[in-house]
Design a protein around this ligand. Structure first.
Ligand code: GLU
Length: 479
């Protein structure tokens, strides 16, 4: 747990771009950074990377904060907004201009696209050919005086090896000849991701940048920027991305859902956290764990080197676990209004209702047929259920009803014992007709709890209904 009195030596960050709602990919990145900081009593920082004004939206920044808080992933520093830090980036551009590590590039998008096409056709990796690198000061000034827009490129000299120790993947090496000069400031003057992401990590004292391996090839570029500015380089760690069931990167098309959607459908934060913490990270403990315990168990060495596959069955497994372990009040709060409306407004009954149905729930919406079966005046029976009732026969229910009418202190076990003694039935032959008559289903919550919840009067009326029904159907078949 973070202790503000102590100077932590480890700092991680979550640095989302607010261009959409949070989904499994970036949620897992947030969680891994949170868990790692928490494990070493470090700081978890939130930085909103909103320099791309065309794609960033404030509603998404708000949604990110709301989602993290809902999951319990509290940050100790931030949120910092990169859109408010342009003046800081400007200082560092100037330093790079002074040290001649950058140059203005006047190439247009069309020109760059043509170069890329030619390189691809020649089976070469696309890289900037250095067209504007060789412009003289006079040529630069001429273009500027004509009002030609420019980007700022960072110069990468060929023939160097850029290496770093990835805290997840191990030793990494890149040949600078494949990199090419890259853009650090866009034409509109805004900082490119590559630049401000690296600068901010250094300025904010981030010690560990853990992120998806789709960023792996950005890392050597960012190291070059930080080296050129004499800024500290964090430890980088890249984990494999998440794939959908079709082995393509997880997206909306192959099953990814936003956290907002999951929340609206009644998923619980603890279930999602338990699922995500095991997505590409092996935890030998298979029980539902608190966030604090997930942090204790978090280990970079247990991150798999192959991509994780999103598996809806696993997600549902952890949702079920979380559902079965939450308090009755939490479970009640999750229920849709359609369910709540059916339960009489009595706190004791509410609690009993939840205690009866909670072990049978995965999603809150599943409570609706149970609430209907328990609280509706009358039940309607499917043909399969009617068959079970018919097989048990009128006499079965007469025996049950008579017993309830005679003895005011009937308990579930006394009713079962009585029915067993009189009818000689046991096992399914005994339980199925009871369930069928009370709930209109053969499976579901424990009958003892249902009996208690319904109360003796309701149970008697259910049996009476069935008796009438069976007599009517017998009469009909005799006609
Ligand atoms: N804004 C970047 C993203 O959302 C952050 C990458 C990083 O974690 O360094 O992908």
């Amino acid at each position: 747990m973070y202790n503000p009195g102590m100077k932590p030596s480890l700092k991680t960050r979550f640095a989302p771009s607010p261009t959409g709602l949070m989904h499994f990919g970036n949620l897992r990145t947030a969680l891994f950074n949170y868990l790692y900081a928490e494990r070493f009593q470090g700081i978890f920082l939130l930085r909103i990377e909103d320099t791309d004004t065309a794609r960033s939206e404030q509603i998404f920044s708000e949604a990110i904060k709301q989602d993290l808080s809902w999951l319990g992933l509290e940050w100790q520093e931030g949120p910092f907004f990169q859109s408010e830090r342009q003046a800081i980036y400007q200082e560092y551009y100037e330093q790079l201009v002074q040290s001649r590590r950058v140059y203005p590039c006047f190439c247009t998008e069309e020109e760059l696209a043509i170069t890329r096409k030619v390189q691809m056709a020649a089976h070469q990796p696309p890289r900037y050919p250095g067209t504007c690198r060789r412009l003289s000061q006079a040529e630069i000034e001429l273009r500027q005086s004509r009002g030609m827009p420019s980007t700022l490129r960072f110069e990468v000299s060929d023939g160097q090896t850029i290496g770093f120790e990835d805290v997840i993947k191990g030793k990494q090496q890149f040949d600078s000849s494949h990199i090419g000069d890259f853009i650090i400031r866009r034409q509109d003057g805004s900082a490119s991701f590559m630049f401000c992401n690296a600068i901010d990590d250094a300025l904010m004292g981030v010690t560990h940048a853990l992120r998806g391996d789709d960023h792996l090839t950005n890392t050597p570029r960012q190291i070059l920027i930080l080296q050129a500015l004499g800024l500290s380089i964090p430890h980088y760690g890249h984990f494999p991305t998440i794939l959908g069931p079709d082995s393509r990167p997880l997206s909306k098309r192959n099953g990814s859902r936003s956290l907002q959607e999951l929340r609206e459908n009644g998923f619980l934060p603890l279930g999602i956290l338990n699922y995500l913490s095991r997505l590409g990270h092996h935890d030998p403990d298979l029980s539902l764990l608190s966030l604090a315990t997930l942090a204790e168990h978090f280990d970079l060495a247990r991150i798999s080197s192959s991509p994780a596959h999103y598996d809806v069955a696993q997600l549902n497994h952890w949702q079920k676990e979380a559902m079965h372990h939450c308090s009755w009040e939490t479970c009640w709060d999750l229920l849709p209004d359609t369910v709540k409306k059916r339960v009489p407004p009595n706190p004791e009954l509410r609690q009993k209702f939840i205690e009866a149905i909670q072990p049978n729930l995965v999603m809150p919406a599943e409570a609706l047929p149970l609430a209907e079966a328990i609280f509706n005046e009358k039940l309607s029976f499917s043909p399969a259920i009617s068959k079970v009732l018919e097989e048990a026969g009128v006499e079965f229910f007469n025996v049950a009803l008579k017993y309830l009418e005679e003895d005011l202190e009937v308990t579930y076990s006394s009713l079962i014992t009585h029915l067993q003694q009189i009818t000689g039935l046991k096992g399914k032959a005994l339980f199925f007709p009871l369930r069928a008559a009370l709930m209109g289903d053969l499976h579901g919550p424990e009958i003892a709890k249902i009996l208690d919840l319904m109360g003796q009067e309701k149970v008697k009326s259910r049996f009476r209904e069935v008796i009438v029904l069976l007599k009517e159907s017998k009469h009909a078949t005799n006609l």
